[in-house]
Design a protein around this ligand. Structure first.
Ligand SMILES: [Zn+2]
Length: 89
């Protein structure tokens, strides 16, 4: 058992929270294609990240127009978080 080392990286005076400061990096959205190709690997196509959630959906329609059999997608959301010194206590 190695459970004695489990808490090594828990810094008591730091907390992790979503970064909602004015200068925080933006929340971004992207779509990626989940369709399996003939050799069973995932299609590598992915939209560029956008701050507008509808833009990657437009990309998905463009991608399906080029590859009509590619109908499975995943939305990838990047949400900035920040380490905050001093907890809420
Ligand atoms: Zn694809």
């Amino acid at each position: 058992m190695t459970s004695t080392t489990r808490r090594t990286f828990a810094f008591a005076d730091w907390t992790l929270r979503p970064d909602q400061d004015d200068d925080a990096p933006p929340l971004t959205y992207a779509f990626r294609c989940l369709t399996l190709t003939e050799d069973d690997s995932e299609c590598p196509a992915k939209s560029p990240p956008s701050e507008d959630p509808t833009e990657p959906q437009t990309w998905a329609f463009d991608h399906m127009r080029e590859h009509p059999e590619h109908t499975g997608y995943a939305e990838v959301i990047e949400r900035p978080w920040v380490m905050w010194r001093g907890g809420p206590s």
